[in-house]
Design a protein around this ligand. Structure first.
Ligand SMILES: Nc1ncnc2c1ncn2[C@@H]1O[C@H](COP(=O)(O)OP(=O)(O)OP(=O)(O)O)[C@@H](O)[C@H]1O
Ligand SMILES: Nc1ncnc2c1ncn2[C@@H]1O[C@H](COP(=O)(O)OP(=O)(O)OP(=O)(O)O)[C@@H](O)[C@H]1O
Length: 531
């Protein structure tokens, strides 16, 4: 049932709307949707990875089907006006989207220029521009980055700038597509508090696309669920949906918020094997700086065979940089990294890649071919697989990670979660000795997170050392060892159970406890973490 607020003009009316990327006669991606979004209402949009959530967002602000070879039928109205009759600029300003991949929405080089560009497009007088930029950067906690180059920011920092830029549009409808995926746990809560405050102040509508709903619960008034068949499966108040429709959500592979699911105790089951006493990778006295900024200082880590290490820490702490140094993609300023007692720089590139797999934070940085199949088999080809072996192995991966029907699609045209799964699958084939993953589980639904973790744990049981950079404290909880970076140094290295007892240190590193240990299950304010 639909939940309506009063009799005001709806912001959005979607009537019998269908959308497909291809004309061929198969099930449309979005199939006969009827939905109304009301003024000043916060709605959560859920659905399995690939169900069409981001595509719907892009249809709402008129970018699709025009910008792709898509076809649609039915109608969408914005404040009573058919979106086909709206000026493009009008829709993109009034319906502001923070994209899943923030990099895709920047046009300028520096933070200040990017934000000024948004304001100039809105014809804001030059005398007001600086003041508005300063205040929005303050709101997202990024004032000191005003003169920074965007491509030099960390993933989470980029996400905050993308939000700042969209807020400057002062939209009627704010769409946030997995906005906290790259944020550290405290920044994520702060971001949600910020959205709540802005929503209350400006009384705008928000449509939030998220796989994990728990921290948003106090804001959201309504949840929409799109099924894998493209139909609207539910449109209900959160409490009723999460208590009464659990089977439906589980069947669709959707995460239940922890207070409805009975907690994440089950995550502990992921990790049941003990690492071997054999060092695979050693980091010795490692330091690295970039453009006069000291990014990492004097890091020492030994990684054992079959060990799962989770590296966590605040946005910009140096996690991705550390991983890239470990993979030999960056050169340290000081110190050494050894793979099996041999310095990384002495390894030949092709040999090194056989022993080590690396998955980037942004999967798009990794894709080098034009189809999912070629991407999966690229490494196999280099390793001399026959065509039949490649077919078999690729089919197995595509089946395991829900990519079979995308075999011949371009990797860049996959959904966010599918891209991530493809980038992970490409390094799993050769069973290397060490796997380095930069946030492997972000953007995944419940079903694919479990599959991915189960697979990683199988590799671990066979002796592969695994290092995850992650903001997901439930994943840190499943690791043998947690390494916490703070301002470029190791603030903690030890078993997660010891880490969870260090409340002050956790907060200073902008982390929080995993769901199973939160006293207040609905701990969703930064205040709750400190107290
Ligand atoms: N530009 C495109 N061209 C062709 N197919 C596309 C394109 N963009 C997305 N798709 C396909 O449409 C489907 C839905 O993608 P979409 O990004 O809307 O899903 P989603 O629900 O947001 O997923 P996720 O939770 O993984 O981000 C996917 O199967 C994807 O492969
Ligand atoms: N190419 C670059 N040039 C200059 N500074 C950079 C560059 N790449 C990263 N940095 C800076 O180095 C610091 C560490 O960045 P890194 O990406 O390693 O952080 P992170 O811990 O992975 O962050 P996040 O959780 O946001 O992904 C950040 O302050 C970032 O601004």
């Amino acid at each position: 049932m639909q939940v309506h607020k009063g009799w005001e003009q709806p912001i959005i009316e979607i009537e019998n709307f269908s959308f497909s990327y291809e004309e061929i006669d198969k099930q449309p991606l979005l199939d006969g949707l009827d939905v109304t979004l009301n003024p000043n209402e916060v709605t959560l949009l859920m659905g399995a990875s690939g169900s069409g959530k981001s595509s719907l967002a892009l249809c709402l602000n008129g970018l699709y089907p025009e910008a792709v070879e898509g076809i649609s039928s039915g109608d969408i109205f914005f404040l009573g006006k058919h979106i086909q009759d709206c000026e493009r600029g009008e829709l993109t300003q009034k319906i502001g989207i923070v994209f899943q991949d923030p990099e895709s929405q920047f046009c300028m080089i520096t933070v200040e220029d990017e934000l000024a560009f948004t304001l100039e497009n809105r014809k804001i007088p030059a005398s007001e521009i600086f003041g508005k930029i300063e205040s929005v950067l303050k709101a997202v906690g990024m004032q000191r980055f005003i003169h920074h180059k965007i491509h030099e920011l960390s993933g989470g920092q980029k996400q905050k700038i993308a939000l700042a830029s969209v807020l400057l549009l002062e939209p009627e409808l704010l769409i946030l597509d997995e906005p906290t995926a790259n944020l550290d746990p405290v920044s994520s809560l702060e971001f949600i508090e910020l959205v709540e405050a802005i929503q209350e102040e400006r009384q705008m509508s928000c449509l939030i696309i998220e796989h994990q709903a728990e921290d948003w619960l106090r804001l959201i008034e309504r949840v929409l669920v799109i099924g894998m068949d493209g139909k609207l499966l539910a449109d209900d108040a959160p409490d009723r949906l999460f208590s009464e429709q659990q089977r439906l959500l589980e069947q669709e592979g959707i995460f239940l918020p922890e207070e409805y699911s009975g907690g994440f105790e089950g995550r502990k089951r992921y990790n049941q094997t003990v690492p071997a006493e054999k060092t695979v990778l050693s980091v010795r006295d490692l330091s690295f700086s970039c453009k006069n900024q000291n990014v990492l200082n004097n890091i020492n880590i030994d990684v054992l065979a079959g060990e799962l290490i989770a590296v966590a820490g605040e946005n910009g702490a140096g996690k991705s940089t550390l991983l890239q140094l470990m993979a030999g993609l960056l050169e340290p300023d000081a110190g050494d990294i050894f793979l099996f007692d041999r310095p990384l720089k002495k390894w030949r590139e092709n040999k090194l890649r056989k022993h080590m797999g690396f998955v980037f934070q942004n999967p798009e940085h990794q894709f080098i071919t034009d189809t999912v199949y070629e991407e999966l088999t690229f490494g196999m080809k280099c390793n001399g697989y026959t065509e039949a072996e490649m077919e078999n192995a690729a089919d197995l991966w595509m089946g395991q990670f829900g990519l079979r029907e995308h075999r011949d699609n371009n990797p860049f045209a996959l959904s966010g979660g599918q891209k991530r799964r493809l980038s992970v699958a490409t390094v799993l084939d050769v069973s290397p000795d060490i796997l380095l993953f930069d946030e492997p589980t972000y953007g995944q639904d419940a079903a694919t997170t479990t599959e991915l973790m189960d697979y990683v744990m199988e590799l671990k049981a066979m002796g592969t050392a695994i290092i995850f950079v992650t903001h997901d404290m439930n994943i840190v909880d499943a690791a043998d060892r947690a390494i916490i970076l703070k301002q470029g140094g190791v603030a903690f290295s030890g078993v997660p159970d010891t880490l969870w007892k260090k409340t002050k240190m956790l907060y200073e590193a902008r982390l929080r406890k995993p769901a199973r240990l939160r006293q207040n299950r609905r701990e969703s304010h930064v205040y709750d973490i400190i107290h």
